[in-house]
Write a protein that binds this ligand. Structure first.
Ligand SMILES: Cc1ncc(COP(=O)(O)O)c(C=O)c1O
Length: 439
C-alpha cells in the first residue's frame, strides 16, 4: 500500500478537489436509492444450496445399515461411519482409522479440541493448558478468520499476530516465536484458499510448520482446511500433506486437521471431521464419550450416499465454482474500474475459497464501512480479521461476494468502491491541506 502522503502528493497534482467532489456527488446519488443489501458473511447462495436439494430425498428407510453393518438409526459409533471416514481420507490425506466424523460443524470440533486441551491438556502435555502458570498463547495469522480469534478470546488465550505473506504465514517470525516461547501452544491455519486473503500455503511453508522445533512439547497446529475442495480457478491449488510431513519429522501429534461439508452440501446440515494421529484420535474419542452417546450417523449416511466419492465431490464443487467464479470476477472488474486509477486500494484475487481481502487507505476502513452502511450496504466489520478485533492500520476489509445475486452484488460493489474513494479523498484532502499542498 502506497504511503498516505505520497498518494496525497500524487493525487493533489491531478486535482484532488475534483475527485473529492465527484465522489461526494456519486455517494449522494447512491444514498438516495434506499438500498438494503447485507453481504456481511460468506455463505453459499440459494442457487448453490439448490445443488444439494437431492440430499433431502436420500431415503434410508429401506437401507439404513452402513457398510460394516452398523445400524445408523441407533446409538454408538463414536468415531463416525466407516464410509464417511473413507470418503474423506484421500481428501485430507490421513488414514481412515485416524479420522473422526462427528457433528455438523468443524468449528465446533475446533472449539472442543481447544476446550479439551484447556481442561485436561493434550496427550503430550504435562498439565491442562488452563493450569499453565503464565497462561498460554496462540499464533494468529493476520488477516485471518474472526471466529478462531473469538475462540481464543473466550478462553483467555493470548494472541500473537503474525502477518500472512503470499505463500502463507511469515515463517521466519513463526519459527523464532515458537522456538523461544513455551507459552505458545498453537497456531491457527486456514492453509488452502485462506479466509480472507485466499492464500494457499506453499510446500516450503507446510514443511517448515511440520518440522520446526517448538519450545512447547504439546504444540498444536489447528489446520482448518475449510476450503480443501473449493477452487475458483479451473485448476485447483495443491496443498502439501501436513500430516505426512509432521509424521516424517517425528511430530505426528502436531496437526489437528479439520474439514466439513458445510460449503459442499448444506451449511449447518452437513458433517464435520477431525483427522490426526492415533494418539490424538484416542484422546478425542475419550472426551467425546463424555458428552454424547454417539454422533448423528443418519446424516452421515445420507451425506455419503449423496456425495458418493472424491470424484463426485469434485464434480459437485465444479458446479459451485461455475456459480461463484463470475461473482469473484465481478469484484475484480468493479474495483479495477472504480478504484484502479487512484492507488488508494488493493485487493486479493483468490484462486479459491469464499473471500476477497480489500486493503483501503490506512485510517479509512472504519469510515468506509460507516459510509456504506449509511448508504444501505452492510458488508464488513472493520478489524474483525485481527485478534481482539483491532486492525491497527485501520485498512483491511473482508468482501464476501458469494450470497447476493449478480445485479445486487454489482450495486453493492459500486457503493463500496465509492465509499472507499470518498473516504480516501476526504482523508487525503485533510492531509494535503494540513501539509499545505492544497488551500
Ligand atoms: C475458515 C473457516 N473455518 C470454518 C468455518 C465454519 O465451518 P463449519 O460450518 O464446518 O463449522 C468457516 C465458515 O465460514 C470458515 O471460513
Amino acid at each position: 500500500m502506497m504511503n498516505v502522503v505520497d498518494s496525497a502528493l500524487k493525487i493533489a497534482r491531478d486535482d484532488l478537489n475534483r475527485l473529492k467532489s465527484g465522489a461526494d456527488v456519486e455517494y449522494l446519488r447512491y444514498s438516495k436509492m434506499g438500498l438494503k443489501i447485507d453481504m456481511t458473511r460468506g455463505i453459499p447462495s440459494p442457487q448453490q444450496i439448490g445443488l444439494s436439494t437431492a440430499l433431502l430425498d436420500v431415503s434410508l428407510a429401506s437401507d439404513y445399515l452402513s457398510e460394516d453393518g452398523t445400524d445408523s438409526r441407533n446409538y454408538g459409533g463414536q468415531q463416525g461411519l466407516l464410509e464417511a471416514r473413507r470418503l474423506f481420507s484421500p481428501i485430507v490425506g490421513v488414514p481412515e482409522e485416524q479420522i473422526v466424523v462427528g457433528g455438523n460443524s468443524s468449528l465446533a470440533l475446533m472449539y472442543e479440541c481447544l476446550a479439551q486441551a484447556w481442561r485436561h491438556g493434550t496427550p503430550d502435555s504435562e498439565c491442562a493448558w488452563s493450569q499453565e502458570p503464565g497462561g498460554i498463547s496462540f499464533i494468529c495469522v493476520t488477516p485471518g478468520y474472526d471466529r478462531h480469534f473469538a475462540m481464543c478470546e473466550d478462553f483467555g488465550v493470548r494472541m500473537i499476530s503474525v502477518p500472512m505473506l503470499d505463500d502463507g504465514p511469515d515463517m521466519g517470525l513463526v519459527k523464532r516465536l515458537v522456538a523461544n516461547d513455551s507459552s505458545i501452544k498453537g497456531i491457527w491455519c486456514v492453509p488452502k484458499y485462506s479466509n480472507p486473503t485466499g492464500t494457499t500455503y506453499s510446500k516450503e511453508v507446510v514443511e517448515a510448520l511440520a518440522a520446526m522445533p517448538t519450545a512447547a512439547k504439546d504444540f498444536r497446529i489447528f489446520w482448518d482446511n475449510a476450503y480443501v475442495v473449493h477452487p475458483l480457478a479451473e485448476v485447483d491449488d495443491s496443498l502439501e500433506n501436513i500430516y505426512m510431513q509432521a509424521a516424517r519429522h517425528g511430530h505426528s501429534n502436531r496437526p489437528l486437521i479439520f474439514a466439513s461439508t458445510s460449503k459442499m452440501t448444506l451449511p449447518g446440515g452437513g458433517i464435520a471431521l477431525l483427522a490426526s494421529s492415533k494418539d490424538n484420535t484416542a484422546w478425542w474419542l475419550k472426551a467425546a464419550a463424555l458428552r454424547s452417546v454417539g454422533p448423528d450417523k443418519v446424516n452421515q449416511l445420507r451425506q455419503v450416499r449423496f456425495l458418493r466419492s472424491p470424484e463426485k465431490i469434485k464434480e459437485l464443487m465444479e458446479q459451485h465454482r461455475q456459480m461463484l467464479q463470475p461473482k469473484f470476477e465481478r469484484v475484480h472488474e468493479v474495483f479495477s474500474r472504480m478504484l484502479g486509477d487512484y492507488g488508494v486500494a488493493q485487493w486479493s484475487r483468490p484462486r479459491g475459497g469464499y473471500f476477497v481481502s480489500l486493503e483501503v487507505l490506512p485510517g479509512t476502513a472504519k469510515r468506509v464501512v460507516d459510509l456504506a452502511a449509511q448508504a444501505g450496504v452492510k458488508f464488513a466489520t472493520p478489524g474483525s480479521c485481527f485478534p481482539y478485533g483491532v486492525d491497527e492500520r485501520d485498512s483491511q476489509l473482508r468482501i464476501a461476494p458469494s450470497y447476493p445475486e449478480m445485479a445486487e452484488l454489482t450495486t453493492a460493489l459500486d457503493v463500496i468502491s465509492i465509499c472507499v474513494a470518498k473516504a480516501a479523498f476526504d482523508r487525503l484532502s485533510a492531509i494535503a491541506a494540513a501539509s499545505g499542498f492544497i488551500e
